[in-house]
Design a protein around this ligand. Structure first.
Ligand SMILES: [Zn+2]
Length: 100
């Protein structure tokens, strides 16, 4: 059985099995976050996973879920609204804005 070493904020180094971890992947990036429950203090931890970590975890058989970034995590900025609004005024064919 593969052992994955990571660290708990409270307990320090801990060893987990692939079943103890879950990956959340961001479809817009090659990175994501991984979650695990510390075997000592039973606290769920959430850590960023860069592409290398993602690859290692996937290779060890960690289950994963693709997460669609929520608007709360990535709010539309005022600049984006302004840009959209100015395009609305300059764009003659509004339907073009709705097609990718
Ligand atoms: Zn712990």
């Amino acid at each position: 059985m593969t052992t994955i070493k990571t660290t708990c904020e409270r307990c320090g180094d801990v060893e987990l099995e692939p079943n103890d971890l879950a990956l959340e992947l961001d479809p817009t990036q090659e990175s994501g976050v991984y979650l695990f429950t510390c075997p000592s203090c039973i606290v769920v931890q959430r850590r960023p996973a860069n592409p290398r970590v993602v690859n290692v975890l996937l290779a060890t058989g960690v289950s994963y879920e693709v997460i669609t970034p929520s608007p709360i995590d990535d709010p539309i900025t005022e600049a984006e609204i302004d840009a959209f609004a100015s395009r609305l005024y300059s764009e003659e064919d509004l339907f073009r804005l709705l097609t990718p």
